[in-house]
Design a protein around this ligand. Structure first.
Ligand code: COS
Length: 379
């Protein structure tokens, strides 16, 4: 971490301690999202970290961004996720949008005034994303969208949605990507999911019933939507990895703090070697995950994203988050299982990190495909 990153994260820690931490236990219980917290993060300058200043972003690197997400996630995984999905939408608009689309939609997203959401999954196409059924039929002046998207992070609180829909035949080549706005006629929100974790981040169904999307809201050209989605997900996966690191780090911090004060058998439980081995493994895995996330972030900063590394970072960091948070509950014992301490919340929030932006089984599929291709190239 360089001097700038140290200053950035230590002042952001303070912001999160003052503005996020006091609400989390209550809001997790109530399932309450606070727009003022997100706008506060925007005013603080972390809702468009990697976007160029020209579009209102902070113009920082993906490595800086990884530290930002890690820091927010130490206080709230759901708010870090809201920032990360909105940032993925920004990166899609930046990389695949035309000049007009960037000018129109980016400033409100980078400033944190609005939230962005990404709509790929459907009830029958999660991992097999190219098999989606939502259609976008060409009509005069644009497209008519029909279908339902499922499990959409920030559904209902976001204003700008990147929606993948079928304009052509079967498979990836028949998919196109569109910009759809909350309030567009024919676009409504379906059921809000009741979830194990991420309680402060709404997850909704998106329903399109003869929703007209003007031609100017098509991203790139017809048939390029799957590439748009996959390109966005490379970045999104590194971001989820960074959130996994923050989630694990908080669980580790809580475990060390507790085990140094909790006395059993006339000594701090930290002094038992069994616990020291556990804490050492938790710390080592967290640090290894951080290094992988930063290695993947470096590839994004270089301008040539390494998809294999992005998937590896997501896989490693989110499996680590699950393991470390589960162990943290074990270290705290009975109280770890209650909401008196935050570790049970972080354990619940860790679980879905292994599922979103491609399950960790899909990350292994992506990694294996790269391994095979690399082998064939060098054979
Ligand atoms: N960046 C840009 N383009 C990519 C890409 C990437 N990382 N990965 C694949 N593509 C392109 C391919 O190059 C191909 O395009 P061309 O035919 O023009 O070359 C196209 O996308 C289809 O790729 P592929 O044949 O590999 O598609 P598959 O149907 O086999 O699917 C997986 C590949 C399984 C990896 C993909 O469906 C996937 O990631 N699924 C998980 C979806 C997901 O993450 N959902 C979470 C939603 S957000 S909670």
């Amino acid at each position: 971490m360089n001097e700038f990153q140290r200053e950035l994260t230590s002042s952001l820690e303070k912001f999160c301690q003052d503005n996020i931490e006091p609400h989390m236990e209550h809001d997790d219980h109530e399932g309450k999202f606070r727009m003022e917290i997100f706008r506060g993060l925007g005013e603080y300058g972390v809702t468009g970290v990697t976007l160029p200043e020209e579009f209102g972003g902070a113009g920082l690197s993906y490595q800086d961004y990884a530290y930002v997400l890690e820091t927010i996630a130490k206080y709230s995984v759901p708010y870090a996720v809201t920032v990360s999905v909105s940032s993925m939408v920004q990166s899609i608009l930046l990389n695949f949008g035309n000049a007009e689309q960037k000018k129109k939609y980016l400033p409100a997203l980078t400033s944190g005034e609005e939230i962005g959401a990404f709509a790929l999954s459907e009830s029958h196409s999660g991992s097999d994303a190219a098999n989606m059924k939502t259609t976008a039929k060409k009509v005069d002046g644009g497209y008519m969208l029909n279908g339902t998207k499922m499990w959409i992070t920030s559904g209902g609180i976001a204003k700008t949605y990147i929606v993948m829909a079928r304009t052509g035949g079967e498979g990836a080549k028949g998919v196109s990507a569109f910009i759809v706005r909350d309030g567009d006629k024919g676009f409504s929100f379906g059921k809000a999911e009741k979830k194990m974790g991420w309680k402060t981040s709404p997850t909704r169904e998106l329903v399109f019933e003869n929703c007209f999307v003007p031609q100017e809201n098509l991203l790139l050209e017809e048939g390029k939507g799957f590439n748009v989605a996959m390109g966005g997900l490379d970045r999104g996966r590194v971001a989820i990895g960074a959130i996994g690191v923050g989630c694990a780090q908080r669980a580790l911090d809580e475990s060390i703090k507790y085990s140094l004060t909790r006395q059993q058998f006339k000594q701090a439980i930290f002094d038992f070697q069994g616990l020291q081995f556990m804490l050492s493994d938790m710390a080592t895995e967290t640090e290894a995950s951080r290094l992988m996330v930063h290695s993947a972030a470096l590839s994004l900063d270089s301008g040539t994203p390494n998809s294999k590394l992005c998937s590896m970072a997501k896989l490693k960091a989110t499996d680590t988050a699950m393991k470390v948070t589960t162990d943290a509950v074990q270290v705290l014992g009975g109280v770890g299982y209650t909401s008196e301490y935050p570790v049970e919340r972080f354990m619940r929030d860790a679980k879905v990190l292994q599922i979103v932006e491609g399950t960790n089984q899909i990350q292994r599929v992506v990694i294996a495909r790269h391994l095979k291709k690399e082998y064939e190239q060098h054979a």
